[in-house]
Design a protein around this ligand. Structure first.
Ligand SMILES: C[S@@+](CC[C@H](N)C(=O)[O-])C[C@H]1O[C@@H](n2cnc3c(N)ncnc32)[C@H](O)[C@@H]1O
Length: 286
């Protein structure tokens, strides 16, 4: 195994972090928010390990043997690190949050896996030219944080450019039937009264509040049905091959409790995709 090199952990500095804002500033807002979430260590406390059913799912679809994997929105390496440990030949991790990438780099430091990882943060254009990926992952709501439909389609089109012919795009997104009913109703009421502004004009878009480091913070999410995910993927040149539920219970429950995580994974095959806490999808280039 090659020793870690500086090159294998190419982490641009915080100055490279601020993205362009064709999306009304959502990307910049999410970057700042997730910097705080990761730097405060609240993210790792809330989601201390990968969802065992999702990790199993990735391995069953070849992530452990894949030559080149892109983990887009990799966070602190919650999935990227185990995938490297379980055999992925090379993993590129990208995230808009510098704090997330710095934490992933610190977990990799002085490990044998470091030589097989390249980490990037900053604008997603940094990934252009790195293509030919066998597998691209957008796990646990990454696509839903990207912004309104135009921004999400642009992100998916970039994935289309970066994936090799026949490669697999595996993503998990929050289900519109399970998540944030009050915020959805509020946005719907604003649209019905003609008072929706900005991203609120698009059905499925919500802002919700979560406590991070003892203070309330605003998160943007686009909530998906299987049909709307299918439509976004098709628009970007992907065919949806399969959809299944990501978990029955909330992600924080299944990742904090090993017992409930096991129980959830065992019962998951009984649930239709749309009723999962998240929807897991596999797509391929059309
Ligand atoms: C819920 S976390 C999931 C992180 C990781 N995939 C996991 O499963 O733990 C969402 C991640 O998406 C990243 N993110 C948000 N907006 C993004 C964007 N426009 N481009 C890339 N990453 C983004 C955040 O910084 C954060 O790391």
């Amino acid at each position: 195994m090659r020793p870690p090199t500086d090159e294998s952990l190419s982490v641009p500095g915080p100055e490279a972090q601020a993205p362009a804002a064709p999306d009304g500033g959502i990307a910049a807002e999410m970057a700042t928010l997730y910097d705080h979430y990761f730097a405060s260590h609240d993210y790792r406390k809330r989601y201390p390990r990968p969802n065992r059913a999702t990790l199993r799912f990735l391995l069953d679809r070849g992530a452990g043997n894949a030559g080149r994997v892109l983990d887009y929105g990799c966070g602190d390496g919650r999935y990227g690190l185990p995938l490297l440990q379980l055999g992925a030949a090379h993993l590129t991790g990208y995230d808009i949050s510098h704090a997330a990438i710095a934490q992933f780099a610190s977990f990799l430091k002085d490990t044998p896996q470091a030589a097989r990882a390249t980490l990037y943060c900053g604008e997603s254009a940094i990934l252009e030219g790195t293509g030919g990926y066998d597998m691209i992952l957008l796990l646990f709501g990454v696509l839903s944080h990207v912004g309104d439909r135009d921004a999400r389609i642009a992100a998916l089109r970039q994935m289309r450019r970066l994936i090799r012919p026949g490669g697999q795009l595996i993503l998990t997104v929050p289900s519109v039937f399970r998540r944030r009913p009050l915020e959805l109703l509020r946005a719907q009421a604003a649209r019905a009264r003609g008072r929706a502004t900005g991203t609120q004009k698009e059905p499925g878009n919500v802002f919700f509040t979560r406590t991070v480091a003892h203070a309330p913070h605003r998160f943007f999410y686009h909530l998906y049905s299987v049909a709307s995910l299918h439509a976004d993927l098709a628009e970007a040149g992907f065919v949806l091959r399969e959809a299944s539920p990501e978990s029955i219970l909330p992600e924080w429950v299944v990742t904090q409790s090993a017992l409930l995580g096991q129980l959830d994974a065992a019962l998951l095959p009984l649930l239709p995709a749309a009723l999962g806490y998240g929807i897991r999808a596999v797509a391929q280039p059309a």
